[in-house]
Design a binder for this molecule. Sequence first.
Ligand code: S3P
Length: 172
Amino acid sequence: MKKIILVGYMGSGKSTIGKVLSENVGIPFYDLDEIIEKHENMSVKKIFERKGEVYFRKLEHLLLNAFIDENEHFVLALGGGTPCYANNHEVLKREDILSFYLKTSVEILSERLKLEKEARPLIANFNDEQLTDYINKHLFDRNYYYFQSKHTIDCALKNKEEIILDIKALLA
Ligand code: S3P
């Protein structure tokens, strides 16, 4: 049984790393945002707009717990906010879960998210300067939850292959 969970801020590479890791270790990849979108038949952005963030957070909590209990082998990328609501961070410490925080710098997150903020309701309306300020503060608040992960991978100076190697070394 291998239940691997990837945690990190929006743009930290959870899905990208998760997919490659999943191929490397032969365990299927899932993305919690996609699980939520399939359940609602609606994009995350639309769920925020039409039903509100509280609805999204409740659903995120329910679907996260159901998924973990119903599946034996997985690499699961959480949403950036998942560990920060509804005591979801407790999941990261569970005995049957291997959790990894993909930690990276505000500068890198800012550069990436400038280019891909449209689909992300929390940051879609910020200009570049507002975005950097927001990430700076938000990451500071969220780090407490992210650091509840069993392992922290410092990704700022590493390429994809190095990050995967670091994670694999901790899976043995
Ligand atoms: C969120 C991150 C998003 C998605 C939603 C809220 C957050 O996931 O769950 O837009 O609160 O940070 P990604 O981290 O995959 O972008």
